[in-house]
Design a protein. Structure first.
Length: 251
């Protein structure tokens, strides 16, 4: 590791990755945002899914001030972050065949909807099967993943394929295999993961693009406002009333 504090080096690494995705994924970000906007315009619903820490970026765009009210979390019990004990159970569930299909079969997802699937490695059975099954239903799939894993690891799905192989649009996070940006002679393992920073930024860039695309078509994007600003609750109540049939995180 070169000169500089670990904090400085991490910020440099994260900024470098953000710059890469900004430049190299610009066309894919535009395409993904346009796909979400087109889905909204056509009356479809929006969903986001991620397992383990990939779920953090999915949750970040659901019921979020400044975000699209129509983005719903497609949750799989036991794999949303580290919500189970032991935490290793969540990792094990990602490798279970048939789980994604069971979740989709009991979810509100239907043809004409759009689903963002976030998986850093894209190699486990759950995200691959989720993409395969969703597309079979007539759902458009956006995959957010590190394409490097497909070249450097083996798939854990029976098909031998990766998430990137079953998406309408792929956003490559550029994260190196292992998700650790720093090394130090005194520490035996690489450390400081940046996937959450980069993936969350990609997601927000896509949502921002979708909102601007809707506005450009003369449609007011169904955005939520913070409940901590005056008038925020009234604003959100109006949006949720208008789009209530496409919002699934409320009773």
């Amino acid at each position: 590791m070169s000169d500089g504090t670990p904090a400085d080096l991490f910020f440099d690494a994260a900024i470098g990755l953000l710059q890469r995705v900004r430049e190299e994924e610009a066309a894919a970000i535009t395409a993904a945002g346009t796909l979400l906007a087109d889905t909204v315009t056509a009356g479809g619903r929006l969903f986001a899914f991620g397992a383990g820490h990939s779920s953090l970026a999915a949750q970040d765009v659901v019921y979020r001030a400044g975000g699209l009210a129509l983005m719903n979390l497609l949750a799989v019990p036991g794999v949303v972050g580290v919500d189970v004990t032991p935490a290793t159970l969540g990792s094990a569930l990602e490798r279970v065949d048939g789980l994604a299909s069971a979740v989709l079969d009991t979810s509100p997802v239907r043809a004409g909807d759009a689903l963002v699937i976030i998986s850093l490695s894209g190699r486990n059975a759950l995200p691959v099967e989720m993409a395969l099954s969703a597309r079979a239903l007539g759902v458009k799939v956006i995959g957010v993943t590190s394409v490097a894993y497909a070249a450097q690891t083996r798939s854990r799905h029976t098909s031998g394929t990766f998430l990137k192989d079953h998406c309408d649009i792929v956003l490559d996070s550029k994260i190196a295999v292992g998700d650790a940006e720093l090394t130090l002679d005194t520490i035996p393992a690489p450390f400081a993961p940046a996937s959450t920073v980069v993936t969350s930024a990609l997601m927000q860039a896509v949502v921002a693009t979708a909102a601007a695309t809707l506005a450009g078509c003369g449609i007011e994007p169904p955005l939520l406002r913070s409940g901590n600003v005056d008038g925020g609750h009234d604003w959100n109540a109006r949006v949720m009333e208008e789009y209530g049939d496409r919002i699934f995180y409320r009773h």
